[in-house]
Ligand binder design. Structure first.
Ligand code: FPP
Length: 225
């Protein structure tokens, strides 16, 4: 089988990784952000991967302690500022899915600027799911279709989503849990699922490569025989 075109990852295990080492949970997020760069660079240099979608902040993550939420917001802002160089070097277009209207105006502006600065990059699209929930995305898409007075079909539904990134081929969850957690519900209809016990801060391009090899060995029938 071919390589995946679209890989999506639920980056789980940052907190446990840190706690196991006697660090505060936020240290796990810090290391996790470095792994985002390493995995993005790997994908940008892979001849067949076109889209990498990463679950960075869910609609449920607001329930975490205020200090952790504030840290994640600050980390994201600093990270986008710093990572622009990587996006340009690796020819990566930055995209976002999720309802970012709840973020501070400054962070929304940083996101807008990063999207604008990278819009012509065409080696890889890196999509961050931010304040993202799969059900929320579907409901917001339905509202947009209603407002536009357009009929929804399976073929055109994605037009109404935050970004047109296509179906997921391969969904990976790190950190040992075997759940979808409201991620990309519409787009994972035929995705191959992979669960690894590795905590996200320990996830490496080598492990991704091993999972891609396993993907190539799977028999995807899309409902046919
Ligand atoms: C899940 O680990 C991870 C998150 C909720 C946040 C993901 C954030 C990052 C990978 C770092 C920031 C990313 C960018 C792009 C700057 P968890 O905290 O739920 O871990 P646990 O299950 O072990 O508690």
């Amino acid at each position: 089988m071919n390589s995946p075109r679209h890989i999506a990852i639920i980056m789980d295990g940052n907190g446990r990784w840190a706690q196991q080492r006697g660090f505060k949970r936020i240290k796990g997020h810090e290391r996790g952000a470095e792994v985002v760069r390493e995995i993005t660079t790997y994908c940008a240099n892979h001849p067949e991967i076109e889209v990498l979608t990463l679950y960075a902040f869910s609609t449920e993550n607001w329930k975490r302690p205020k200090m952790e939420v504030e840290f994640l917001m600050k980390l994201l802002d600093n990270w986008l500022k710093k990572e622009l160089a990587t996006y340009q070097k690796e020819n990566v277009r930055f995209e976002v899915i999720g309802d970012i209207s709840r973020f501070t105006p400054a962070l929304q502006e940083r996101i807008r600027l990063t999207k604008e600065a990278t819009k012509d990059n065409d080696r890889l699209t890196q999509v961050l799911a931010l304040n993202y929930g799969g059900r929320d995305e579907i409901i917001r898409a339905c509202r947009r279709a209603c407002e536009a007075k357009k009929e929804i079909t399976e073929e055109n539904f994605e037009e109404f989503f935050d970004a047109q990134i296509g179906d997921v081929d391969m969904l990976i969850r790190t950190g040992g849990e075997k759940r979808i957690s409201n991620f990309l519900l519409w787009r994972i209809a035929y995705a191959e699922l992979f669960f690894t016990n590795t905590y996200w801060p320990d996830f490496t391009p080598q492990e991704l490569e091993t999972l891609i090899e396993e993907f190539k060995g799977r028999n995807r029938r899309f409902g046919a025989i």
